[in-house]
Design a protein around this ligand. Structure first.
Ligand code: IPD
Length: 279
């Protein structure tokens, strides 16, 4: 039977590369910054422009009526963020906007595609490093056409864990984030890291550079593509309470295996984050 989504997958890779080129070029000029949900939730003209380029190209190729789109900047402007059974593109045009603004060298374009609410493929272009990560359901995960695999470490004491601080600075949430990080650091683990982009963090899990990445407060566009890449590289995805991973819940643990994931989950102090698909 003909593979129905191969063309969409190949096209996503082309569009992600094109978007990354635009981001790289934009980084050479002055960057004008605005804020969204808080004074540390940054957005630039490049985020908006790149999202328009990506969604515009996808609509031109696949038609507006049949495919749906969830894009970070469109949602910020009031578009719905509901995952239906229709073929749906989930897009973060610039993951790591704060990094982009400051010239911190990890910025990614993240494009995922879901059908019947199941993620079909994910493409992440780490555009400053020029690394293309991609994965299709059941077909393995790749970085620049080389098969990638999670690490085989099962001993938490031999792991590196990634987490982020997010963009919510309410003291009680920040306290829980730091308390969780302190507990994990003191298990002890070899180290705690953070690249400033959820998409890149998930690629680091997928290549085996780190054992896990978890965060509360991320959005579906930050993690949708990474979820396919981690899973196809042999990793696992769970909710921070140990239940099944829920793309719209804004909480996630991605890890090389369930032993590491569940050990981290023991230490996570959960705080509330409004779902992406709230009515
Ligand atoms: C952010 C990054 C960051 C994570 C935040 C995200 P953005 O995405 O992925 O690593 O900690 O929760 O919002 O805003 O740069 O696309």
């Amino acid at each position: 039977m003909e593979d129905p989504w191969q063309k969409a997958y190949d096209f996503a890779v082309t569009v992600a590369r094109k978007a990354g080129e635009v981001i790289r070029k934009a980084g050479e000029s002055e960057i004008k910054v605005s804020t969204k949900s808080s004074t540390v939730d940054l957005v630039t003209k490049t985020d908006e422009r790149v999202e328009k380029i990506i969604i515009g190209s996808l609509k031109e190729e696949f038609g507006e009526g049949t495919h749906c789109f969830i894009g970070e900047e469109s949602v910020a402007k009031g578009e719905p963020c509901i995952l239906t059974h229709k073929p749906t593109w989930i897009i973060d045009p610039v993951d790591g906007t704060t990094n982009f603004v400051h010239g911190f060298p990890f910025v990614a374009v993240s494009i995922a595609f879901a059908v019947n609410k199941q993620l079909e493929f994910g493409v992440i272009y780490s555009c400053l490093e020029d690394k293309m990560y991609k994965a299709r359901n059941g077909k393995g995960a790749y970085c620049d056409d080389e098969l990638i695999q999670v690490s085989d470490v099962k001993d938490i004491n031999k792991s590196i864990i990634i987490s982020e601080h997010g963009t919510d600075r309410s003291p009680e949430k920040v306290k829980k984030i730091f308390s969780t990080m302190q507990k994990i650091l003191c298990i002890p683990v070899h180290g705690l890291r953070g690249s400033g982009t959820a998409a890149t963090n998930m690629c680091l899990v997928a290549t085996g550079a780190v054992e896990a990445f978890f965060e509360i407060g991320i959005h579906c566009w930050d993690i949708a593509a990474g979820a396919v890449i981690v899973k196809e590289a042999g990793g696992v995805l769970l909710d921070v309470d140990g239940g099944p991973f829920d793309l719209m819940s804004r909480r996630m643990v991605s890890a090389n295996n369930e032993v590491i994931a569940r050990r981290i989950i023991k230490e996570i102090e959960i705080f509330s984050a409004e779902r992406d698909d709230k009515e």
